[in-house]
Design a protein around this ligand. Structure first.
Ligand code: ADP
Ligand code: MG
Length: 469
């Protein structure tokens, strides 16, 4: 992959307060060191997929900025590798406190409007944190699974007073939470240009907070956030177990709500299920409107593919879109990843896109989805992968080193076979269907936070797709 820098970001990137101005070769040498450490740490396969495609852009004010032109890479790195990257980078250079992975825009695209003008205190020195021009209401495909969240988001964006406060959007990975948040910000910005809007992830909130503490700069930290008209914090589950950040967030939140400013939050769970979040905060988060986003159904998946196809510059037959919408049911991010691969194949090799060529390009993904794996195969394969006895798949032993693999096997059974929860329960030593549901949810949740576990599951999936143990 070649590195395409984003010219407009470079031009407008303010240099104030930055310490380092390394030359490009120096930066590249440093990144090579970090990258090698990552390789040793996370293993060759994960490194090739997610770290090697990254490019170093700058080191600025304690922040190592990396870039990629692939959205999927960025998401995956943010979800699974950012902490390890930070640790290695920091151990090589103590002044690096944060990592930011930015999407290097496609050069043909319109330069993204600056999000920073209206919220200089919050986003002014971080142009990389602007809004994604693609994530608008117009580009959001609405269907049963997301219509409530969509309507609520529109309402908040259009209203000239605070309607639901806070608006709390929740749902699983890749279902459109971040998309809706950006869309709210774009819309509000267009209607009420004078309003100050701050959008940031809960993780960024935490780093700013920690930095403010370290530099004894709490006054300006508080001032920043309390001077906005709308505060949007994405992925608040991130601070669920971070006590003092949560405390500070609670104060900020209360100050804004009491003052009639709009707050919009997203998380992977509903407020009541945000374990680790303090009770008073949890109940407060549910005071406004809580809207959940369900996994996309066939119509929404097809709609999203159609709109992608309209904008991708190559002809993708409807049959291929239908095929994809049928086959890839996990989440939208994966669906988009599959679509991108197909279009990239067509662009690179000048090949016509057909159902057959799509099937070939995505053979690894589809093999896993289509091959008829039995629950027994799964149990054997998972047991041998974790070096436990197959019998432990049916046993009542609860030690973590046994129960976690067992949960992974249950998760795979649900994902790779057509068996129902009660059926899977029977095959796992007569367990209740709620146990299986819990296991599936637990693994889904862990996969978003624990990259090693996510890789194990991914590996097992592909092993199972290749044939029985
Ligand atoms: P989340 O924040 O919930 O993990 P994102 O908002 O990042 O998910 O969505 C993942 C990808 O799927 C994004 O590229 C987003 O634009 C796309 N997407 C999700 N839902 C929709 C939708 N209903 N219509 C169009 N695109 C969608
Ligand atoms: Mg998100």
């Amino acid at each position: 992959m070649t590195y395409r820098d984003e010219p407009n970001l470079q031009k407008s990137s303010p240099q104030q307060g930055t310490a380092a101005t390394e030359s490009q070769p120096e930066l590249a040498a440093f990144w090579k060191q970090v990258s090698e450490r990552m390789r040793a740490d996370i293993g060759e396969a994960a490194w090739r997929s997610w770290i090697r495609p990254l490019h170093i852009r700058a080191i600025e004010a304690g922040e190592l900025q990396l870039s990629t032109d692939n959205r999927l890479t960025r998401e995956r790195v943010n979800a699974g590798y950012i902490d390890r990257l930070r640790i290695h980078a920091h151990s090589l250079r103590a002044d690096i406190e944060r990592i930011d992975v930015v999407l290097a825009n496609n050069p043909q695209r319109e330069p993204p409007p600056r999000f920073t003008e209206n919220a200089p205190a919050v986003t002014g020195t971080r142009p990389a944190h602007g809004l994604d021009p693609r994530l608008t209401f117009a580009n959001f495909v609405v269907g049963k699974p997301n219509e409530l969240a969509f309507a609520a988001a529109r309402r908040v964006a259009e209203s000239d007073s605070t309607v639901y406060n806070p608006l709390f959007l929740y749902g699983g990975v890749g279902l459109g939470k971040t998309h809706l948040m950006h869309a709210i910000a774009w819309e509000m910005r267009a209607r009420y240009p004078q309003r100050k809007i701050a959008y940031l992830s809960a993780e960024t909130f935490m780093y700013r907070f920690v930095n403010a503490l370290r530099h004894q700069d709490m006054m300006s930290f508080k001032e920043q956030f309390r001077s906005v008209d709308m505060l949007m914090i994405d992925d608040v589950q991130f601070i669920a177990d971070k006590e003092s950040t949560q405390e500070e967030f609670f104060h900020t939140f209360n100050a804004l709500v009491e003052d009639g400013r709009q707050v919009v939050l997203s998380a992977d769970k509903s407020p009541t299920d945000l374990l680790g979040m303090e009770e008073r905060l949890r109940s407060r988060l549910g005071w406004g409107l809580v809207a959940d986003i369900h996994p996309a159904n066939y119509e929404v998946r097809l709609g999203i593919l159609q709109s992608r196809a309209d904008n991708c510059g190559v002809a993708v037959p409807d049959k291929v879109l239908e095929f994809l919408a049928h086959q890839i049911t996990t989440n939208i991010r994966e669906l988009e990843g599959a679509f991108t691969r197909i279009v990239a194949g067509a662009n690179l090799f000048g090949r016509e896109i057909t159902v057959e060529s799509a099937r070939e390009t995505l053979s690894d993904l589809l093999r896993a989805a289509n091959r008829s794996v039995s629950i027994e195969d799964i149990q054997k394969r998972v047991a041998s992968h974790f070096s436990i006895r197959t019998a432990d798949m049916f046993s009542a032993r609860r030690a973590r080193q046994i129960s976690r693999p067992r949960q992974i096997a249950m998760y795979l059974a649900k994902n790779l076979t057509a068996s129902s929860y009660p059926e899977i329960g029977r095959q796992f030593g007569g367990r209740d269907h709620t146990t299986i549901m819990h296991a599936v949810r637990t693994i889904e949740d862990l996969m978003t936070r624990d990259s090693h576990l996510a890789d194990d599951v991914q590996l097992l999936r592909s092993l199972l797709a290749d044939g029985p143990a």
